[in-house]
Design a protein around this ligand. Structure first.
Ligand code: KG4
Ligand code: ZN
Length: 357
């Protein structure tokens, strides 16, 4: 892309409250995180086995001021030192999104800084541009055309990016998101919440070929489906615990090895489909590079499979930026600011169901 102009320098304050993390960060030139503060509510929601929306928004309100102050303090900056504010506008939980957006509007109104409303999925994509502190190197970041897979608790999307800020959605999940499947299957097997890290850990000693589980390839589309796989795991759990009167989430498989084998077999089934379809799409659409982002991109088996099987370079976010954070929102905000300069109006509203592309 020869027409790429040199982008001007800017520091962006990012704010993210779309789900159960209250986050703020300052990112320089879309690449270097000067701070990255995340207050997670995961422990508060663990007892519900998922995010409880009203608890989430009330907790955001309690901590948002401190989180933003901390992000500026860790970057050794004051609000007047940043060039713009970027905030997640959607998709997400309405009550949670409102807390971040109102905070950002207040800061923008008081400071006169431009405000950018960012799509949370766009943020996940830009997490792969961000480098944390000392880790910064001269690498140019992902190159276009880019085939991107976003795999999180709420989304599983294949997106073609021909350039910055251009998103062509190729397909997505028809039912459960990949991370949601990890969370639900972890409950079925009796592991903790969030399920992704619990399954990965339990699977370490397991045999991924122990159980033959369904893989929904949906060969004529770029869509995904994980609900059949989840039901498949439920049936296996029922067989293994036959005779026990157990509620879902209370399953204690007779042998620890069975839980490890089932976790490993499930994880492998998800990884096979995610990697297989992404590589096929990258080939079909002539991508130069691949990007994998979102909470599930922290998964070690998924990373290893992409790295081993892809003929193209594969970019992942730094580990702490796979799950929700505000550095990714600030990075996306930088490219909006530097390439378009088209800030949003202060009367913008949240977009809880906002899709990408
Ligand atoms: O991106 P994220 O923080 O939130 C959403 O935007 O949804 O993703 C959270 C999801 C959860 O479903 C969690 O189980 C999953 O990411 N996750 C993982 C791993 N770490 C987090 N899934 C598989 N393996 C992991 N290591
Ligand atoms: Zn997310």
């Amino acid at each position: 892309m020869a027409r790429r102009k040199k982008l001007g320098p800017a520091r962006i304050l990012g704010i993210e409250t779309s789900c159960d993390e209250t986050a703020a960060a300052v990112v320089e030139n879309g690449r270097l995180a000067l701070s990255n503060v995340v207050a997670s509510q995961a422990e508060m929601h663990a007892k519900y086995g998922g995010v409880f929306p009203e608890v989430a928004s009330r907790q955001h309100i309690k901590v948002i001021d401190t989180v933003v102050e901390e992000a500026l303090a860790q970057a050794h900056l004051e609000l007047g030192d940043v060039d713009a504010i970027a905030v997640t506008r959607g998709p997400g939980l309405p009550g949670s999104l409102l807390v971040g957006l109102n905070m950002a509007k207040g800061l923008a109104l008081g400071s006169g800084l431009p405000l950018y409303g960012i799509n949370h999925l766009e943020g996940h994509l830009y997490s792969a541009w961000v480098q944390l502190g000392e880790a910064a190197t001269g690498d140019p970041g992902p190159q276009f055309p880019l085939l991107a897979l976003i795999v999180s608790g709420g989304h599983t999307e294949l997106v073609l990016m021909k350039d910055h800020l251009h998103y062509q959605r190729l397909g997505g999940t028809l039912d459960d998101a990949a991370g949601e499947a990890f969370d639900k299957v972890a409950r079925l097997i009796g592991l903790g919440y969030p399920g992704g890290p619990a399954i990965q850990q339990a699977a370490e000693g397991g045999d991924p070929a122990a159980f033959k589980l369904a893989r929904a390839w949906l060969p004529d589309s770029w869509d995904f489906s994980f609900s059949g796989l989840k039901t498949n795991v439920l049936h296996v759990v029922r067989e293994l615990t036959a005779g026990q009167d157990l509620q879902i989430g209370e399953a204690r498989l007779p042998q620890a090895r069975q839980a490890a084998d089932l976790a490993a077999s499930f994880q492998q089934a998800v990884v096979d489909v995610l990697v297989g379809k992404t590589l096929r799409a990258a080939n079909e659409f002539g991508a130069a590079e691949i990007l994998v982002a979102g909470g599930v991109s922290a998964n070690a088996v998924l990373r290893a499979a992409f790295t081993a099987e892809s003929p193209l370079p594969v970019h992942f976010p730094p580990m702490p930026l796979c799950t929700d954070n505000a550095a990714m929102i600030a990075a996306a905000g930088y490219f909006r600011h530097a390439l378009t300069g088209a800030a949003d109006s202060l009367d913008m509203d949240i977009e809880p169901g906002w899709g990408l592309g």
